[in-house]
Design a protein around this ligand. Structure first.
Ligand SMILES: Cc1ncc(C[n+]2csc(CCOP(=O)(O)OP(=O)(O)O)c2C)c(N)n1
Ligand SMILES: [Mg+2]
Length: 337
C-alpha cells in the first residue's frame, strides 16, 4: 500500500551538516544559475543552436537530490538537464562545449543541450522524448538488482510525463520488481504552456503512483534542505531493498519552456510570487542567519563561479567542431565511449 506524506521538517539539517557541505550545495546552485544565464545569452547570440531549455528556478531540486548520492549511483533527466548534469559532477567546460556543438563536449558535440551524457559520472543522459527515459531508468534499476548492488538510480522528469503511457509502464514494473529507482517529478506547474490542472485528472501528482505500490511523498522544491531531507529517506529505502520511491518536488521555472517561448500563458505576478521564494536566496538567507556563511563568502563564491563560467565559454569557443569523419562514429554500441 503506497503512503503519501509531505517532506519532513528541515531546520535540523542546518545544524547537522558540516559547513563545507552547505557551502558546496550553495556554490552548486549558484553555478547552475550563472551557467544557465550564460547559456541563455549565448543562445540569443545564436552561438548555441538547436533547442535550449533552462532550469532557472528549479536548482534546489537536483542539488538537494544529488547531494545525497554516491559517485557510483546513476541519474538521468529530460531535455532540461543542464543543472542535473552539473550537480552530478560533470565538467562544466565540457557541458558548455556540448551546447556549442564542439568535439570536446560531453557527447562529443553530437548531442547538444538535450543529450548530455557522461559514463564516468553514471549520468545516463538527457532525453528529448517526454517520459521516454522512465523505462530506461527501470532498466538501470533492474541491472542494479540483477548485480545485487546497492546503488540507486534517480530519474528526473516533469509534470507532463505523468500522463504518458511510458510513465505508467515503468512505474508498474518498478513497483512489481521492487527496483531501486527514485522517480523525481519536478512539478513546475506547466508542460510547455499547459497548466497541470488542465492536463491531469488527479493534479496531486504524488498520489498518481498509488496504484503501483510505490511509496511517494511531495516536497517544497524551492527549499534545498527539505529536498535533501526527503532524498535521504528515498535513498535509504532504495538501498535497503524497499524501492522504488516517488518524489514530487513542487517548483517553478522562471523562464519560458524553451528559449523560443515568451511564456504568455501565465501572468507576471505569478512569476514574481515564485521569485520571492527563490531557492538560492532562501538558502543564502538560512546560512547567513545561522552564521554558517558570511557576506565575504557570498562574494567569493559569486566571483569564483563567474570566473568558471567565463572559462567554460572560452573553452567552448576555442574548441574545434567535430570533424566530418566523426559522423559515423558511435552509431553502434560496440565502440567504446
Ligand atoms: C512524447 C513527447 N510528446 C510531446 C513532446 C513535446 N514536448 C516537449 S517538452 C513538453 C512538455 C513537457 O512538460 P513537463 O513534463 O512538465 O516538463 P518541463 O518542460 O516542465 O520540465 C512537450 C509536450 C515530446 N518531446 N515528447
Ligand atoms: Mg512541467
Amino acid at each position: 500500500m503506497a503512503i503519501t506524506r509531505s517532506g519532513a521538517h528541515t531546520v535540523e539539517l542546518l545544524d547537522k551538516l558540516p559547513r563545507e557541505e552547505h557551502l558546496e550545495m550553495y556554490r552548486m546552485m549558484v553555478l547552475i544559475r550563472r551557467f544557465e544565464e550564460m547559456a541563455g545569452k549565448k543562445y540569443m547570440e545564436a552561438v548555441i543552436g538547436g533547442f535550449c531549455h533552462l532550469y532557472i528556478g528549479q536548482e534546489a531540486v537536483c542539488v538537494g537530490i544529488q547531494s545525497v548520492l554516491r559517485p557510483d549511483d546513476y541519474a538521468m533527466g529530460t531535455y532540461r538537464e543542464h543543472g542535473q548534469a552539473l550537480a552530478a559532477g560533470m565538467d562544466a567546460r565540457a557541458i558548455m562545449a556540448e551546447l556549442f556543438g564542439k568535439a570536446t563536449g560531453v557527447s562529443k558535440g553530437k548531442g547538444g543541450s538535450m543529450h548530455l551524457f557522461d559514463k564516468s559520472r553514471n549520468f545516463m543522459g538527457g532525453d528529448a522524448i517526454v517520459g521516454g527515459h522512465l523505462p530506461i531508468a527501470a532498466g538501470v534499476g533492474l541491472s542494479i538488482k540483477y548485480r545485487a548492488a546497492d546503488q540507486v538510480c534517480v530519474c528526473y522528469f516533469g509534470d507532463g510525463a505523468v500522463n504518458e503511457g511510458a510513465f505508467h509502464e515503468a512505474l508498474n514494473i518498478s513497483g512489481l520488481w521492487k527496483l531501486p529507482v527514485i522517480y523525481v517529478c519536478e512539478n513546475n506547474l506547466y508542460g510547455m504552456g499547459t497548466q497541470v490542472t488542465r492536463a491531469s485528472a488527479v493534479p496531486d501528482l504524488s498520489r498518481r503512483v498509488s496504484g503501483y505500490g510505490i511509496e511517494s511523498a511531495h516536497v517544497d522544491g524551492m527549499d534545498l534542505l527539505a529536498v535533501r531531507n526527503l532524498a535521504e529517506v528515498a535513498v535509504r529505502e532504495c538501498r535497503n531493498g524497499n524501492g522504488p520511491y516517488f518524489i514530487e518536488a513542487k517548483t517553478y521555472r522562471y523562464r519560458g519552456h524553451s528559449m523560443a517561448d515568451p511564456a504568455t500563458y501565465r501572468s507576471k505576478d505569478e512569476v514574481e510570487e515564485w521569485r520571492v521564494r527563490d531557492p538560492i536566496n532562501l538558502f543564502e538567507r538560512q546560512l547567513l542567519d545561522k552564521g554558517l556563511m558570511k557576506d565575504a563568502d557570498v562574494q567569493r563564491i559569486s566571483s569564483e563561479v563567474d570566473q568558471l563560467v567565463d572559462e567554460c565559454v572560452q573553452f567552448a569557443e576555442e574548441s574545434p567542431a567535430p570533424s566530418p569523419d566523426a559522423l559515423y562514429e558511435y552509431v553502434y554500441a560496440s565502440e567504446e565511449i
